[in-house]
Write a protein that binds this ligand. Structure first.
Ligand SMILES: [Zn+2]
Length: 419
């Protein structure tokens, strides 16, 4: 997109809308103070923002003596955002308003190993079905979230860590963003799940600007934010904590093809494999009983640890200890104010969190630990949706994008934004 100069009216509309959206300045006098624009210009820019549906009056507010100034608010209901989350074993599709409030959603079982072509087609079909059911012809934009590294600038996959013969490895030359933009006819952004989590966490009211989000799943994904911005890294791989070597043991090979990675100890896949070994060796009565009912999962290990099954306790303590040590090095480098542990059931297990906190406490300087919050993520992983919607909306109301779609009145009908 073309850069827009600060004198361009749409640049100023963007500035005004962003201030209103963040609640930083919501009246004409406040907006004039914040932007250094004259009140007449502010009135014009607010009107333009109102005409494209982004802001509306919200009654009268604070008075500076004399008549109370009219308050403006951002319109979350002005449009919809489509969020398509591709996970290793399922697809989740959501339709939200511009504030990230979920209007409808669906989830289907799907394997990431099905390959890129059939996965893109399935995601598009799920999205079209959800839109049709909701009676929405075109949302304002879409975010496709994938559980791998993404070259955000190009809208493609980047530097996959999985070996070349893995079914989970997709070719890098597929223009995923362009494919969806053409298919759905709306602006599309491709993002890594691990980067959307910290982005969503940053948007939580009162969130510190320096934070880390750890998503416990079959693999461990990390994402970090510094000075309020998510770090991507030189190869878009920042936060790949699961592939830090934490053990000299060569018993289990990692998805990256190496031994000793954090994923081979604390990843959900490794924890379940340890649990199955224990069942085969007759070491865990709790897990043996669970195996009769269903395929073992991390939830069983978490529940087993709660009722004191020795094997489950061992698995949980080992995973928390290894994660804590790996995180301690990161804490020394990045000095975060908050670490959010989200994802699978293990992230909400008290024993896991206690051991994690203790390990970090003994592995870092006291001043790091004393000023560090270690908290649980939202059980529904709302951070992912908040981050995805926030990403789309912030792009849509940024000066270059607003200057492109503002004159036509809707981002969905702006071909310039679909390339
Ligand atoms: Zn690895």
């Amino acid at each position: 997109m073309l850069e827009v100069s600060a004198q361009d009216p749409w640049f100023q509309v963007s500035e005004v809308v962003q201030l209103i959206r963040r609640g930083v300045a919501t009246t004409r006098p406040e907006l004039a103070d914040a932007t250094h624009l004259g009140r007449n210009i502010i009135s014009h820019r607010i009107r333009a923002g109102q005409e494209v549906g982004l802001v509306e009056p919200d009654g009268s507010g604070r008075s500076r003596g004399g008549r109370a100034a009219e308050v403006w608010r951002f319109r979350h209901d002005a449009g919809q955002v489509l969020v398509c989350v591709v996970e290793k074993e399922f697809l989740r599709t959501l339709l939200t308003d511009l504030g990230g409030n979920i209007l409808s959603e669906s989830q289907v079982v799907w394997s990431l190993g099905s390959g890129v072509d059939s996965t893109l087609e399935q995601v598009a079909q799920e999205a079209e079905k959800l839109l049709k059911e909701a009676g929405i012809q075109k949302p304002w934009g879409a975010c496709i979230a994938v559980p791998t590294t993404v070259d955000v600038a190009e809208g493609r996959m980047a530097s996959p860590v999985v070996p070349i013969d893995s079914p989970y490895r997709w070719p890098l030359d597929v223009d995923i963003r362009g494919w969806f933009a053409q298919r759905l006819g709306v602006p599309v952004w491709l993002a890594s799940v691990s980067k959307l989590m910290p982005l969503g966490a940053l948007m939580t009211p009162g969130a510190p600007k320096e934070l880390v989000y750890i998503r416990m799943g079959s693999n461990i994904m990390g994402g970090l934010a510094a000075n309020g911005r998510v770090c991507h890294g030189a190869q878009w791989m920042a936060g790949s904590l699961g592939h830090v070597t934490v053990s000299d043991e060569q018993t289990r090979i990692c998805s990256c093809g190496r031994y000793g990675c954090l994923d081979t100890v604390a990843g959900g896949g490794a924890m379940v494999a340890d649990a199955k070994d224990a069942v085969a060796q007759g070491r865990s009565p709790y897990l043996a009983k669970a195996t009769v009912k269903h395929e073992l999962a991390v939830d069983d290990i978490s529940e087993g640890a709660k009722v004191g099954d020795t094997v489950c306790v061992e698995i949980v303590v080992r995973a928390a200890t290894m994660l804590g040590r790996a995180l301690s090095a990161m804490i020394a480098w990045g000095n975060p104010a908050r670490i959010i542990i989200g994802g699978s059931a293990i992230a909400h297990n008290e024993l896991f969190l206690t051991v994690l906190r203790q390990t970090i406490q003994v592995s870092t300087l006291a001043s790091f630990y004393e000023n560090l919050e270690i908290v649980q993520g939202d059980p529904e992983q709302r951070e992912l949706v908040t981050g995805a919607v926030g990403l789309v909306v912030e792009y849509l109301i940024s000066p270059p994008y607003l200057a492109a779609w503002g004159p036509g009145g809707s981002p969905a009908d702006c071909p310039e934004m679909q390339s």
